[in-house]
Design a protein around this ligand. Structure first.
Ligand SMILES: [Zn+2]
Length: 103
């Protein structure tokens, strides 16, 4: 089961300090261009955002306590930059982002 990117608009607002759902970017795998609001969102230990065309992972977000781990490695050209706050950590594709939240 998935929802669309609008479902995590509030979470993205906290991470980017703006409404990110109307920002578009490009899938690293297939090159499809989509608005964040049109991406597929899966919730597990964290949030996984996938390309609606090829299902590649575009973003991963994990919230633990007051902190957020963000991986934007699969979503190119969006210009989105996580806020430079101590509670927001930027990680890269494939890394373990939390002890119990490997995506
Ligand atoms: Zn794709």
């Amino acid at each position: 089961m998935h929802v669309d990117g609008n479902a995590i608009g509030g979470m993205l607002n906290h991470v980017f300090g703006r409404d990110a759902t109307d920002v578009s970017g490009r899938c690293r795998e297939c090159g499809a261009e989509n608005y964040v609001g049109a991406l597929l969102v899966y919730r597990a230990a964290g949030v996984v955002v996938r390309c609606p065309s090829c299902h590649a992972t575009l973003m991963k977000l994990v919230e633990a306590r007051d902190e957020v781990w963000v991986d934007l490695g699969g979503f190119l050209g969006s210009g989105l930059e996580p806020l430079g706050e101590a509670r927001i950590h930027v990680v890269h594709t494939g890394e373990l982002v939390d002890g119990d939240a490997e995506l």
